[in-house]
Design a protein around this ligand. Structure first.
Ligand SMILES: NC(=O)c1ccc[n+]([C@@H]2O[C@H](COP(=O)([O-])OP(=O)(O)OC[C@H]3O[C@@H](n4cnc5c(N)ncnc54)[C@H](OP(=O)(O)O)[C@@H]3O)[C@@H](O)[C@H]2O)c1
Length: 344
């Protein structure tokens, strides 16, 4: 399915219109995010589609699960290596590189991004960029432990097997985060979720999560398995976001990863945005990325051009003031570069 084909998806969760216009619940990083993770019962863990994914040729991963305090959201104390702690206790960089349509010298662009200081790369089995990303990682010489790799499985087939296939394309032993790319047309995808739980148990993914999920569909997965997604990756910018989703995610300690954070360039000429960005001597794209960082959501801007790569990581040593953040918040028009927000 094409990346932007979300129009046929049934969205059954709605938020009240007045809540959409309210100020967002502020998300601060200056408190520990404690784990509310509940292990699924043995009965819930019976794989429906076969035994396990064990036997992956690269072997299982190991990692340090010691929770640490996440960085503060305000001030200049964040840098490109800052991380946010997931509810499982593992850590994720606060900024990543998107790679949908990053097809012009994928390997060279990824290697350049890693050299510039990017530490998280987002991809998917259907982007066609995984082999190039694998080559770029190898070319960069970066240690695997210093890299955070996010990829996704499609809504059909066996999620555990798809995880293995993605890892083979990436030439990696494990993914840091494996997501269900989008809910299936007919429901929440409980069997897909069980497949990712198996992939995690087998060491193929440190953490698992979802993408393009509404609150109701996330709740369905939790009810079926007890496993809370670590992340919901959704379209998110000042022009299109949901206070209700942010509140729910905060309550469940699910991190929102913001895709299309630059609105695929379609709102970069907005006058209000330009005014605020220039007040801080920054570009509109940098203001959009910074808006995410200060609100505790994790932006994944895609950039093929070197100048864009450099600009998008130069977002750490300035701070948008509270009043200006509020002005940006009020730009919300539920805009989606894909046609509709998949979660609202
Ligand atoms: N889970 C999902 O269903 C889903 C859906 C969509 C996207 N995503 C992920 O999110 C990532 C980002 O979203 P996106 O690719 O849709 O859009 P985006 O990041 O909002 O925008 C990318 C566009 O912005 C341009 N750009 C980058 N930096 C810029 C800057 N500083 N100034 C001006 N223009 C700039 C890029 O140009 P150049 O490339 O020419 O530099 C490209 O045309 C994707 O790549 C993908 O990894 C996930």
């Amino acid at each position: 399915m094409a990346e932007n084909d979300t129009s046929a998806r049934a969205v059954v969760w709605f938020e009240p219109a007045d809540a959409r216009l309210a100020s967002p619940t502020p998300v601060t990083f200056d408190r520990p995010i404690h784990s509310s993770f509940t292990e699924p019962t043995g009965a819930q863990m019976v794989p429906p589609n076969g035994p396990t994914c064990r036997g992956h040729e690269h072997g299982a991963a190991s990692w340090n699960e010691t929770p640490v305090l996440p960085p503060k959201s305000k001030g200049t104390d964040m840098d490109p290596k800052s991380e946010i702690t997931l509810h499982t206790g593992t850590k994720m960089p606060v900024l990543g590189l998107g790679t949908w349509q990053l097809t012009n010298d994928t390997a060279g662009t990824v290697a350049a991004a890693l050299e510039l200081g990017y530490r998280m790369i987002d991809t998917s089995g259907d982007y066609g960029t995984q082999p190039g990303i694998g080559d770029g990682i190898n070319r960069s010489g970066i240690e695997r432990a210093d890299l955070y790799l996010v990829t996704k499985v499609e809504e059909t087939g066996d999620a555990c097997q798809a995880t293995r296939k993605n890892l083979d394309e990436l030439q990696l032993d494990y993914a840091d985060l494996m997501l269900i790319h989008r809910p299936p047309r007919t429901g929440a995808g409980e069997n897909l979720w069980r497949g990712l739980i198996r992939a995690k148990e087998d060491g193929l993914a440190k953490d698992i999560g979802v993408s393009n999920y509404s609150v109701e569909l996330i709740e369905t997965l939790i009810d079926a398995t007890g496993e809370v997604p670590a992340v919901n990756q959704i379209e998110w910018s000042p022009f299109g976001y949901s206070d209700d989703m942010l509140r729910y995610a905060t309550e469940k300690q699910i991190v929102i990863q913001a895709y299309s954070p630059l609105t695929r360039t379609r709102r970069l000429r907005n006058e209000t945005l330009i005014g605020i960005a220039s007040k801080y001597g920054k570009s509109p794209a940098q203001a959009l990325i910074r808006w995410n960082l200060q609100r505790g959501t994790v932006p994944l801007p895609k950039a093929n051009r070197r100048q864009h790569l450099e600009e998008n990581i130069d977002v750490f040593y300035f701070e948008i003031g509270e009043e200006d953040l509020e002005i940006l918040n009020r730009l919300n028009e539920h805009y989606s570069s894909l046609g509709m927000l998949s979660y609202a």
